[in-house]
Design a protein around this ligand. Structure first.
Ligand code: 13P
Length: 253
């Protein structure tokens, strides 16, 4: 049985005072029955890690280098993240793909680097609006997923978390409908079944304008295992309500 997982992606937001207030509010009311994590900007990982210690909420980062060390100015290695107690690492977010030119291959190699150090990559994939409207969504998703299969051993692939984030739904207030999400999840589960011996163990999150009002429907889908939450993870009550929706969906399954 897969446990629901709700991950807050703070993106480039926060400061020491706001982080502390947000986490105080979250930790005082976090529901049971759901796994939860927050992915903070690099400079705040020590602070957030300390505040989360012993809480059951996991620490996550938003990106990582594919390289282990050396002359990569400005980059951060998996070992450095592990040193600060990071458990999850988002890789392949569409903002990294779009603004930093990250290719499917780079993203797959980042996922491999994360897995090699026993951390867990949350690998984002998803189509743009143009791709959806031109009817090539499935080809795009397969291209993104095939890069993972080409760069990860079956054992490594078995330990990833996937996050379906249609680019057109991110930060737009226009979440994908439950029908659209379920169709993609079924498609991805078929892909997983072709590549893994235990595909049913892989968690697939949905991300893109998830709000307290829409979370229940999305998390109630049979193939959805939780969410990757941007804007709503910066407001304690919204994020808590989304976590509660996941806990309720877990009970319903
Ligand atoms: P929003 O929830 O703000 O749409 O962002 C989603 C996202 O990109 C999470 O990684």
């Amino acid at each position: 049985m897969r446990r629901k997982l709700v991950v807050g992606n703070w993106k480039m937001n926060g400061d020491r005072a706001r982080n502390s207030t947000l986490l105080d509010q979250l930790l005082s009311a976090m529901p049971a029955g759901v796994d939860c994590a927050v992915c903070a900007p690099f400079p705040y990982l020590p602070q957030v890690g300390e505040l989360l210690a012993g809480s059951g909420v996991a620490l996550g980062a938003q990106d990582v280098s594919e390289f282990p060390d050396g002359a990569h100015t400005g980059d951060v290695s998996v070992a450095m993240l592990a040193d600060w107690g990071v458990h999850f690492v988002i890789v392949g977010h569409s903002e990294r793909r779009a603004f930093h030119g990250e290719s499917d291959g780079v993203i797959a190699r980042k996922a491999a680097a994360v897995l090699a150090k026993e951390l867990v990559p949350i690998v984002c994939f998803g189509e743009t609006l143009v791709e959806r409207e031109s009817g090539v969504t499935e080809q795009v998703l397969v291209r993104q997923l095939d890069a993972l299969a080409a760069n990860l051993s079956p054992d490594a692939l078995q330990r990833i978390v996937l996050a379906y984030e249609p680019v057109w739904a991110i930060g737009t207030g226009r979440a994908a409908t439950v029908e659209q999400v379920q169709a993609v999840l079924v498609f991805v589960r078929r892909w997983l079944a072709r590549h893994l011996s235990a595909p049913e163990r892989i968690r697939i999150l949905y991300g893109g304008s998830v709000k307290p009002e829409t979370a229940g429907g999305l998390f109630g889908l049979p193939d959805a295992d939780g969410g990757l939450i941007g804007g709503a993870s910066l407001v304690a009550e919204s994020f808590l309500e989304i976590c509660r929706a996941a806990a309720r969906a877990a009970q319903g399954n």
